[in-house]
Design a protein around this ligand. Structure first.
Ligand SMILES: NC(=O)c1ccc[n+]([C@@H]2O[C@H](COP(=O)([O-])OP(=O)(O)OC[C@H]3O[C@@H](n4cnc5c(N)ncnc54)[C@H](OP(=O)(O)O)[C@@H]3O)[C@@H](O)[C@H]2O)c1
Length: 222
């Protein structure tokens, strides 16, 4: 497939890149700093998604079969980039006639209110006692601005009319892609405390041509 991989210098984005190239896909990498890319046979488009340029993004997605995004704020101060950048990608995809997009969000976002989901459930149905009462409240306090950004990103996708899938991992860790992880549609994975970036990328690539994953928020965890 022809894939546009956004934030290909990030943890998940880098895994998306190497796994997609290894699988024989034709890849366009969208990054703000090309010097950080590994030496791989990909087309590179430079874009700072905090201030997206529609013409550049249009070039990046043109003739792609799908867009995969590992975009996320590296700090609280940069929060807002996931929603702003994804909105710009949605517009570029609309202009180019590209329909499929798979993005990474976060497990805690399911209970974060947003204009599109003003009354989310108080607890994620997949979360057990520890996640509900300790881990989730702590994470939400520490990463509030990131989660609001990701909730707005999810709103934009729900309104986009595109064929979107949102991957919602819990805590990210290192490790090789094993393909051994659990998924849960519309909720977090039961007792799923962490997942490797490599396996999130594996999952994002795996859903690409699975129609049952379109318009789905999917929990992914070990
Ligand atoms: N950390 C966790 O435990 C956790 C848990 C659940 C979900 N998440 C979510 O998963 C996302 C991906 O995780 P990760 O570990 O892959 O994150 P990461 O390594 O911080 O990657 C974030 C990517 O976004 C890119 N980016 C940020 N601002 C940009 C801008 N203005 N223009 C263009 N690109 C920009 C970064 O580019 P540069 O490489 O140039 O900086 C980087 O490639 C996180 O951002 C977070 O939203 C994280």
């Amino acid at each position: 497939m022809r894939l546009t991989i956004v934030a290909a210098t990030g943890g998940i984005g880098g895994q998306l890149l190497t796994q997609a190239v290894a699988a024989g896909h034709q890849v366009t990498a969208v990054v703000r700093n090309p010097a950080r890319l590994p030496d791989l046979p990909v087309r590179v488009v430079t874009a700072d998604l905090a201030t997206p340029d529609p013409a550049v993004l249009r070039t990046a997605v043109d003739e792609s079969d799908a867009v995969l995004s590992g975009l996320g704020a590296r700090s609280g101060a940069e929060a807002g980039v996931a929603s702003r950048g994804t909105r710009a990608l949605i517009e570029a995809m609309g202009a180019a006639g590209v329909r499929r997009i798979v993005v990474v969000s976060a497990a805690s976002v399911g209970t974060v209110p947003s204009p599109g989901r003003p009354n989310p459930p108080r607890h994620n149905p997949g979360d057990g006692f520890f996640m509900r009462h300790l881990a989730a409240p702590l994470a939400k306090a520490a990463f509030r601005r990131h989660y609001v950004d990701l909730a707005l990103m999810e709103d934009a996708l729900r309104d986009s009319g595109l064929d979107w899938t949102v991957s919602r991992p819990p805590r990210l860790v290192g490790g090789h892609p094993t393909g051994r992880y659990r998924t849960a549609y519309g909720q977090n994975v039961r007792a799923g405390m962490f997942v490797s970036r490599a396996n999130v990328a594996h999952h994002m690539l795996d859903v690409l041509d699975r129609p049952e994953t379109v318009h789905q928020v999917i929990g992914v965890a070990h």
